[in-house]
Design a protein around this ligand. Sequence first.
Ligand code: CMC
Length: 427
Amino acid sequence: MNKAASLRFGEKSIELPLIEGSENELGINIKDLRAKTGLITVDPGYKNTGSCESAITFLDGEKGILRYRGYDIESLAQDADFLEVAYLLIFGELPTKEQLEKFLNDIKEESLVNEDLKKILESFPSTAHPMGVLSSLTSALTSFNPSSVNVDSEEEMYKAIVRIMGKLPVLVAWVFRKKEGLPLKYGDYSLGYVENIARMMFRKPNKEYIPNPVVDAALNKLLILHADHEQNCSTSTVRIVGSSHAGLFASISAGISALWGPLHGGANQAVVEMLEAIREDGGDIKHYMQRAKDKSDPFRLMGFGHRVYKNFDPRARIIKKAADEVLNDLGIDDPVLEIAKKLEEEALRDPYFVDRKLYPNVDFYSGIIYRAMGISTETFTVMFALGRLPGWIAQWREMRLNKEPIGRPRQIYVGENHRPFVPINRR
Ligand code: CMC
């Protein structure tokens, strides 16, 4: 096959080379398009635009495939530990026992958070959304660790990486505990990465902390499922902020803000709020289905649809199964799980959803598990951010190591043509 595409406009015609990925995906390389033709491409929402070449995550939305560095998400979620998945995403290979131990120890070394950050946390109103607070604290980390700001060498990058891997779980636990009115503490660093996160979050001051293996395993699975998803909204944000060399912590802080929105990671909160509203309204699923299909109604079925998955979201399948298991193991009977299942059943046989290839996504069932673990609705997306951290780091590192240029899209200007300034007394 000719590995080039031809573009004809008016009398002119040019050849544009194709790029082929390792899974035979093809893209048209338009790097020299403007220089050769004066033209740019316009693609709102970047529905057809590849922003980079990446060796981290492979996703086939038609076939429902998701792989981190070549490994199926199903086997990683089943058998792996979140920290080894983090290592895999960031450094490209599964770690040996020694490499994993070193990584964990380096993270532990860097897991202290300056106590002054507590003052910043304390100054937020109790109504502040945890995602806004987490994004602010992550940005503030830069001021307390100025040497992590602009890093060039791989050693400096490694230092910044273990710092954020160590400090973000502490911030997440503090944000959660502040919301719950619990004292802010550090973890027990003799524990594994995930077990320590669970302890930091759930330990109560009036009783001994007894780890719950069901909660630890569910948390491990959810964090792995959230760990990366190639060039989604928050990851693209991290890459573009990082491309100005703003530094890792500032880039992650921007990623957290992007993830917050209900069309992205914030959907896990929106799903449970929607299910609760349906329950309180008498559980009339058909009424809400009707609303979701009505174009004059802004209501959407939250947790449904995906920009890339047009068959099924493999993460949703794993999470649906886990939701049943976790609620069962914890002896919790949550009525919204039943509503969610009925809603899914209805949607999957409704021509509106079938024709538009709208399936449950990762957020449809994840909130129900977080809720069973004792996490409040507003904090769900904070957990998503914690899971996505290694993906953001891996993508930032890849972008810096590949020496990618600063991200700077163009536009087609559609505003006023040149006109003279009119003084205020003549307007
Ligand atoms: N409920 C009802 N209709 C929908 C929904 C939905 N959840 N999602 C898409 N549609 C319709 C949409 O109205 C449009 O219909 P038409 O062709 O008649 O105009 C069609 O399906 C295509 O939708 P789109 O908005 O053009 O698709 P998109 O790729 O731009 O948006 C999405 C993808 C995820 C933002 C969207 O499906 C959505 O808003 N879903 C609900 C929010 C949600 O669950 N987000 C979490 C995404 S997964 C977690 C993550 O990685 O961020």
